[in-house]
Design a protein around this ligand. Structure first.
Ligand SMILES: [Zn+2]
Length: 274
């Protein structure tokens, strides 16, 4: 799906996986229901008159993550699908919403080289500090071991190549109304990309601020991986307020695009075709 905004900017949604199943309580431990839910993994390509920007890089194929079974040895063909839209060396900027493996695994090729060799990679300092510390703690099993592997095979090669430009909390202006802004809570340095006037976005590429539309019923519903559940809930609320006011498009990583509106209890969500 390609979204054309009022100005010269377009956004393409590139799906890595369209059915990534989870038990609802595995994803949202406090959810009152039971059963299975399905997530997607999607990244976004933003084209302005002078820059091609990739927001997140997906999980990547063949990533060895035995401690993180949902991320282990996926084979979804994302890199080839992206290459149908844009050559990797044509990407000028990569924005990493955060450094969980389903967002940064695709930063490198299968043989460990940076996948986007010309791009400046915008990553929050707080993310680099957090994942670097996990790696240095040398975990030997479980999720932490999977995260340490993510540092080694997906982040360190890009850092070593001098391609990472850390973001320290200030907004980053990519031109033509495209801004990188901090949206902490799910992880310490989570970033979103907003397109449009400040405070009244036409579109927000929101990473993991929200994981599934059922969170609109209760914006306080924490996802299992939220590092700071109260902060994540505040960020979800701020984002929904802004989008309900502006009528802008929400483009999340794990479910389809749509519009946020005020509802009797908080907010509702109207998906658009994808
Ligand atoms: Zn994610």
């Amino acid at each position: 799906m390609t979204t054309h905004l009022r100005g010269p900017v377009t956004i393409e949604r590139i799906v890595e996986l369209d059915d990534w199943p989870f038990d609802v309580r595995e994803m949202f431990p406090a959810h009152p229901g039971a059963g299975r839910i399905s997530l997607a993994i999607a990244t976004h390509l933003v084209r302005t008159p002078d820059r091609t920007v990739l927001v997140d890089a997906g999980n990547g194929d063949g990533r060895h993550r035995p401690g993180l079974p949902a991320h282990h040895l996926l084979d979804a063909g994302y890199a080839a699908r992206l290459a149908e839209r844009v050559a990797p060396e044509e990407i000028d900027v990569v924005v990493c919403s955060h450094l969980h493996p389903d967002h940064c695994g695709g930063l490198t090729t299968g043989d460990g080289r940076p996948a986007f060799p010309r791009a400046r990679h915008l990553v929050a300092w707080a993310e680099l500090a957090w994942l670097g510390a996990v790696h240095r703690s040398a975990p030997r099993a479980g999720a932490a071991e999977g995260l340490a592997r993510t540092w080694c095979d997906s982040v360190a090669p890009v850092l070593d190549a001098g391609l990472v430009e850390p973001v320290d909390g200030d907004d980053v202006d990519l031109g033509h109304g495209v801004w990188v802004r901090t949206a902490p809570g799910h992880t310490p340095g989570h970033l979103v990309v907003e397109i449009g006037p400040p405070g009244a976005p036409e579109a927000v590429i929101s990473g993991d601020v929200l994981h599934h539309p059922l969170q609109f019923d209760d914006l306080a519903l924490a996802q299992a991986g939220d590092a700071d559940p109260a902060g994540a809930a505040r960020t979800r609320h701020d984002l929904c307020e802004r989008l309900a006011r502006s009528g802008g498009l929400l483009l999340p990583s794990h479910f389809g695009p749509g519009h946020v509106h005020r509802a009797s209890r908080g907010f509702g969500y109207r998906p658009v075709g994808c």
